[in-house]
Design a protein around this ligand. Structure first.
Ligand SMILES: Cc1ncc(COP(=O)(O)O)c(C=O)c1O
Length: 398
C-alpha cells in the first residue's frame, strides 16, 4: 500500500514536503501509531505538538462522534454554542478577556497582527510595525513569513509584507534600539520550537513586558506550539510570570482537529468591531467541540500536571544519559513535554534515523536538535522506551 500512496503523492501532490519518511499510518491508540505494514511506532512528536491526548482517546473520540452526528458547520452568521463555551473556557483559564477562533497557527498570528494594527488605527495613532525575533517561526502565510526570523523561509517571497523586522533574541539592548515611533507590537515565542526548543531568558521576557508597557506598545506571545499544557503550564507565559496583551494558540487546542485561537485583553480586543475580521470555518461546531473536549479531558486527567511531572522526569533521564555521551549529546533543553536534545551536527541525522528505525517518532530541528513533543498523557514506561532507544542509537549506530 505504501508504494501506491507514494506513487499517487509523487504524481498529484505539490512537492512541498519532498521525500517523506517512508511510512503511512492507518490508525493509532494512545502513544502508538500503526503503519500499513503492521509496524508499530511510538509517537514522541505528537503530530508536532498537536496530539495532546494521544491517538483515539476514547472520550475525545466519543465527543467528536456525538458532534458529527448532530452538526458540523453552520457559519458564524448564527450563534454557536460550542464556540461561545470554548471562548469562555479560554478566557476563564487565562489572562485574556476575549477569544476568536480560526483554523491554524498562522491564521491566529495573522489575526494578532491585524488586531495590533487596528488597535492603533482606531486610536488615530500611526503605529503599524511588528518586531519579531531571529530564529522564530510564526507560520507560512505572507505576513507570518515576514515575521518568521529565518531568511531561507523569506527569500523566495520577497518583497515581503512591509513593516516587519527581526532582532536577536535575549538581547535587551537590541529590542530597545529597534523600537521606533511606528512600532505597534513585538511578537515572541517564549520557547522557540521550530528552531530547536530554545527557551527565552526569564529576565528578558519580563523586561520585554515592561518595555512594551513603558512605550505603550503591544506584546504578542505566539503560543501555537507551547500552548494548552505543552510546557507544564496551561500556557508558557505563566511560566514566565508575564501577561501578554495578545496571545495565539492552535496545534494542541483541537487535539488533531484544525483550530486556532486569538486571545486578547479586553481593551485590545475591543478594536475589532463587526466586519473588521472574520472567517468561514473558524470556530465551527465541530472544531470547538474538539477544543471543549480537549480542555475537559486535560482537566479530568490532570494533564497539565502530568506534562510538568513527566517533562521533568524525561529531562532528568536525558541528563543522566548526557554525561555518558559527552562527545555526542550537546544539550538538553525545554519545559514540560517540549524537549530538545541537541547533538553534534555530524551525528544528528544518524541519531534521528536510529530513533526512527527503533520506531520512535521525533523531528530534527535545524539539523541539530531532536525535538520531542509527545502526548500530555505519556507515562514513565513510555519515556523509558525512548531513553533506551536513544541509548542504543548512540551506543550502536554512531
Ligand atoms: C510557534 C508557531 N507559530 C506558528 C506556527 C504555524 O502554525 P500552523 O502550521 O498551524 O499554521 C507554528 C507551526 O509549527 C509554530 O510552531
Amino acid at each position: 500500500m505504501l508504494d501506491e500512496i507514494k506513487a499517487l503523492d509523487k504524481e498529484y501532490y505539490m512537492n512541498t514536503f519532498g521525500d517523506r519518511l517512508p511510512v503511512a499510518f492507518t490508525h493509532g491508540e494512545g502513544m502508538k501509531l500503526y503503519a500499513d505494514n503492521g509496524d508499530v511506532y511510538y509517537d514522541f512528536l505528537g503530530g508536532i505538538a498537536v496530539n495532546a491526548l494521544g491517538h483515539a482517546h476514547p472520550d475525545f473520540t466519543k465527543a467528536l462522534k456525538n458532534q458529527v452526528d448532530k452538526l458540523l458547520h453552520t457559519s458564524s452568521l448564527y450563534y454557536i454554542e460550542n464556540q461561545a463555551k470554548l471562548a469562555k473556557k479560554l478566557v476563564e483559564s487565562t489572562c485574556a478577556d476575549k477569544a476568536f477562533f480560526c483554523n491554524s497557527g498562522a491564521e491566529a498570528n495573522e489575526g494578532a497582527f491585524k488586531l495590533a494594527k487596528i488597535y492603533f488605527y482606531k486610536k488615530g495613532i500611526d503605529r503599524y510595525e511588528i518586531i519579531s525575533l531571529d530564529h522564530s517561526f510564526h507560520g507560512r502565510t505572507l505576513a507570518t513569513v515576514a515575521a518568521t526570523g529565518q531568511p531561507h523561509y523569506q527569500a523566495p517571497y520577497k518583497p515581503l509584507t512591509p513593516g516587519f523586522s527581526q532582532i536577536t533574541p535575549n538581547d535587551f539592548e537590541a529590542v530597545k534600539s529597534a523600537i521606533t515611533d511606528k512600532t505597534a507590537a513585538i511578537i515572541v515565542e517564549l520557547i522557540q520550537g521550530e528552531s530547536g526548543v530554545h527557551p527565552m531568558d526569564v529576565e528578558y521576557a519580563k523586561n520585554l513586558r515592561k518595555l512594551c508597557d513603558d512605550k505603550g506598545i503591544l506584546l504578542i506571545v505566539d503560543e501555537v506550539q507551547t500552548g494548552v499544557g505543552r510546557t507544564g503550564k496551561l500556557f508558557a507565559h505563566e511560566l514566565y510570570g508575564i501577561e501578554p496583551d495578545i496571545f495565539t494558540c492552535a496545534k494542541a487546542l483541537g487535539g488533531g482537529v484544525p483550530i486556532g485561537a486569538l486571545c486578547a485583553k479586553a481593551e485590545v480586543a475591543a478594536a475589532f468591531e463587526p466586519g473588521d475580521h472574520g472567517t468561514t470555518f473558524g470556530g465551527n461546531p465541530l472544531a470547538t467541540a474538539a477544543g471543549l473536549a480537549v480542555f475537559d479531558i486535560i482537566e479530568k486527567e490532570n494533564l497539565v500536571e502530568n506534562s510538568d511531572k513527566m517533562g521533568k522526569l524525561f529531562r532528568e533521564k536525558l541528563n543522566v544519559l548526557k554525561p555518558e555521551y559527552p562527545d555526542k549529546i550537546v544539550d538538553v533543553r525545554g519545559e514540560g513535554l517540549l524537549i530538545g536534545i541537541e547533538v553534534k551536527p555530524e551525528i544528528a541525522k544518524a541519531v534521528f534515523n536510529g530513533l526512527h528505525n527503533r520506531k520512535m517518532l521525533t523531528s530534527l530541528c535545524k539539523g541539530l536538535t531532536v525535538r520531542v513533543a509527545p502526548p500530555l498523557n505519556i507515562t514513565e514506561n513510555e519515556i523509558d522506551l525512548f531513553i533506551n532507544a536513544l541509548d542504543a542509537t548512540l551506543k550502536e549506530d554512531i
